[in-house]
Design a protein around this ligand. Structure first.
Ligand code: C5P
Length: 244
């Protein structure tokens, strides 16, 4: 099966825009069979649930990336409100701790259509030096693994992690525990502010279940063609070598 996997597309396109018209125009160019859409803080702060509902009307499943990080009760209330939007997945920060993660997972599980709870491990924009500057002296990989295990042990369904940490996380948790990878850059693409990047094919080969891709798709002249090209790159590298 190709990685488009009908009804379960592997690529989540990050709708990181400042205005709703640009987001809707992107949604019209892409298709829900090939991608889910991620709504982050900028769009949600400007347009609230309206943007989620408009994209759902076009058939898209929504990844609500608000990265909740607060006391357990506040996060549980936020998860409950987000779940009522009928979204596919939402994010919390694993560094909020065991009780916060458990509160998020338990709240979601009580809902009729529970969203997946994905915990952010170490942001893909962070380097080891920056981690030290916030008081974490352990290696970046160990910290990502620690936060992934915390999320797994407290009922979360997934983690957001770089393509470089997926294999170790799968090994330390469960093959079914979803790894969602941002910081994806096709060969030759601009890194922008991302540090721990992986190509789409290498992230999938390492075991990533879903890829979050923003600028390489949304800033392309033809976003639909850029999305197709990324699938083609993954499929080509996953195909068995031709026999002579
Ligand atoms: O444009 P780019 O492909 O770098 O976009 C990546 C998206 O993934 C952004 O919306 C960013 O907020 C999100 N993200 C990330 N690193 C994380 C979690 C989410 O880059 N750890």
């Amino acid at each position: 099966m190709t990685v488009e996997q009908k009804n379960n597309p592997k690529i989540i396109t990050a709708c990181d825009f400042a205005d709703i018209n640009t987001a809707m125009s992107l949604a019209e160019k892409l298709s829900p069979e090939k991608t889910r859409l991620k709504i982050g803080k900028a769009m949600f702060v400007r347009y609230g649930i309206h943007i989620v509902e408009e994209l759902q009307k076009l058939g898209y499943e929504i990844f609500l990336d608000l990265k909740f990080h607060d006391i357990p009760n506040t996060v549980a209330e936020a998860v409950s409100a987000a779940a009522d939007l009928g979204i596919w997945l939402l994010t919390v920060h694993s560094s909020g701790g065991a009780k916060m993660l458990a509160a998020a997972a338990e709240t979601a599980a009580k809902k009729q259509n529970p969203p997946l709870i994905a915990a952010v491990t170490v942001l893909t924009s962070l380097s080891s030096e920056e981690l030290i500057s916030v008081g974490i002296t352990d290696s970046l990989q160990n910290q990502a693994l620690r936060l992934a295990k915390l999320a797994y042990n407290n009922g979360c369904n997934a983690v957001i992690c770089s393509g470089l940490e997926v294999a170790a996380i799968k090994q330390a948790t469960d093959i079914e525990f979803l790894c969602i990878t941002p910081g994806i850059r096709p060969a030759g693409a601009d890194k922008n502010d991302q540090i721990r990047i992986a190509t789409p094919a290498s992230a999938i080969a390492n075991g990533s279940d879903y890829l979050v891709i923003g600028r390489p798709i949304i800033q392309a002249e033809d976003p639909a063609a850029a999305l197709d090209a990324i699938y083609a790159e993954i499929n080509a590298s996953n195909s068995p070598a031709p026999q002579n």
